[in-house]
Design a protein around this ligand. Structure first.
Ligand SMILES: [Zn+2]
Length: 528
């Protein structure tokens, strides 16, 4: 069955506590959702804030290939005639082909929140829907609190749907606004609505009971053919239903069609893109698209997965554009290390004893507090060092940092094959200053080291019970435009831990550059 997808990250999702988008972010996300093959993009509530109004202004220029842009708003105010209601006017002015409007389904809200009679509420719904229909809009009617309303006063809840349907609503979308309804009951209510109304029935679940995705799937099983949610599950309180998981489940497990198998392969990258614009890390354990969704750590799992990935994976990660990962850690056996070597194309170059020695080194480092699962760069450096034990680009002779009201100055001394080098640089913090000085020292000899950029920096206290004597682990992320990697340093001193991670990252880059150039440009610089 073809199921309509309705994505509301730009409206309901941005009501999440940690989520905030600029107008430019919203434009980029809308384009990305269109590219992914989403059917409806809810862009915001033009009557509620200037940013959303501005978004719809600018969105007139958006060339969407497939998706229909949707403006969200409420039914008219009780005291306003519909043609004079400012909120309804804003919906028309937004210029979108589709409008979603929410109305009250719960008698308790009608009497307590609006302070009007049930019949007045039905009139408000009918008039607003008809007025917008007369202005040529496709109407998604959001029945707010539908399930709570149905449980308290079934007859009235159904009459609100009738009012919207009679006035011409194209979709009757049932909202579990408070997210409190459990799956069995929700499915029975959807089935009852399905048996009474023709046309498209939609579902809009929230995740307060941690069953939003299950509720969406159950509603579809009960006859809904339109599903609302957010990629990554952003939204108020515990979020909206995670539309990425819903799409993957519908496509891969339930035989329905949403964005289709080709676009499904872009699901992971679309979720990461939205997380990046939201300035939030994509949850590692997020189903289907998270970094850990197909990551294997235990040695038994790893050796089985290497024989046949179906042993510990529910789908092939490529179907959703994700990839399998095997983690190197103190839990790992030789299989994990071998897998990593294969991924980096280095497996054939390492002898069995060298591999075993590498595994011992990994275990020892993890014991000291190094986290090599996150620090793929440090692991790669270990591998390259065991392949080229006699290659050394520089030795550190000393470093010092001076921090003074907001900025730091660092001096670094190193020895390379042509002698001693010293450099001093000022940065906006001690790590920044050390990074700049070290690269200043190296760049005369290795100009391409200038391409490496520090992109993220995280400090974690390893044993907080020991107070200031505790060790810290510093994780530094790097990029050289082509790829990114992380290195890790551990020490009881945060500057030293950072320094070790810096040195490792630059040593690794020099090794890579030299290997890439081997035979072509400069010979490998052997110092000792
Ligand atoms: Zn909602």
């Amino acid at each position: 069955m073809r199921i309509q997808t309705f994505e509301t990250t730009l409206r309901d999702g941005s009501q999440g506590e940690a989520v905030s988008f600029s107008v430019d972010d919203k434009m980029l996300i809308a384009l990305k959702l269109d590219e992914l093959g989403i059917d409806y993009i809810e862009g915001g509530w033009p009557g509620s804030n200037p940013k959303d109004r501005e978004f719809f202004e600018q969105a007139r220029g958006l060339k969407l290939k497939h998706a229909r842009l949707t403006a969200f708003g409420s039914t008219r105010f009780a005291k306003n005639p519909v043609e004079e209601d400012r909120n309804v006017r804003e919906l028309i002015d937004a210029g979108t082909p589709v409008v979603s409007i929410f109305g009250k389904s719960w008698d308790f809200h009608v009497s307590r929140a609006l302070g009007i009679t049930e019949n007045e509420n039905l009139t408000i719904i009918g008039e607003t829907v008809r007025y917008l229909k007369d202005h040529g809009k496709e109407i998604v009617y959001d029945a707010e609190h539908f399930f709570d309303g149905y449980i308290h006063n079934r007859d009235f809840a159904l009459r609100t749907l009738e009012a919207a349907k009679h006035a011409g609503a194209d979709v009757l979308c049932l909202c579990d606004t408070n997210g409190g309804t459990l799956t069995d009951l929700l499915a029975r209510i959807v089935a009852d609505v399905r048996s009474r109304f023709g046309g498209v029935i939609g579902i809009h679940p929230h995740n307060d009971s941690e069953v939003a995705v299950a509720n969406a799937l159950a509603a579809i099983d009960a006859g809904a053919t339109h599903v609302q949610g957010c990629l990554n599950g952003y939204g108020e309180r515990c979020g909206n239903a995670n539309l990425a998981s819903i799409i993957a489940n519908l496509e891969l497990k339930l035989g329905h069609t949403t964005i289709g198998p080709d676009k499904l392969q872009s699901l992971t990258s679309a979720c990461r893109y939205i997380a990046e614009l939201a300035n939030l890390p994509l949850r590692r354990d997020q189903a289907y698209v998270g970094q850990s969704a197909f990551a294997h750590k235990g040695g038994v799992h790893v050796s089985a997965v290497m024989k046949d990935s179906a042993t510990y994976e529910h789908i092939s990660p490529a179907l959703v554009g994700n990839r399998q990962r095997v983690l190197v850690s103190d839990l790992s056996g030789r299989s994990n290390v071998l897998y990593q070597l294969r991924q980096q194309g280095l497996a054939g170059r390492m002898t069995e004893p060298a591999r075993r020695a590498l595994l011992e080194r990994v275990k020892e480092m993890e014991f000291q507090g190094y986290d090599l699962e996150a620090a793929d760069g440090t692991f790669e450096l270990f591998v390259r060092q065991s392949l080229h034990p006699d290659v050394n680009f520089f030795d550190v002779r000393g470093y010092e940092v001076l921090v003074k009201s907001g900025h730091a100055t660092a001096t670094v001394n190193i020895e390379t094959q042509d002698g001693f080098h010293t450099a001093t640089a000022t940065g906006n913090g001690p790590v920044n200053a050390l990074d700049l000085s070290l690269r200043k020292c190296l760049s005369a000899l290795y100009p391409r080291i200038g391409d490496v950029r520090l992109t993220d920096y995280k400090v974690r206290v390893l044993d907080s019970k020991k107070g200031t004597a505790a060790k810290v682990r510093v994780l530094v992320e790097w990029s050289d435009h082509r790829r990114s990697w992380s290195t890790v340093g551990v020490s009881s001193d945060v500057i030293e831990a950072s320094w070790n991670a810096l040195v490792d990252a630059l040593r690794l880059e020099l090794m890579r550059l030299t290997e890439a150039d081997a035979g072509a440009a400069q010979p490998v610089e052997v110092l000792r």
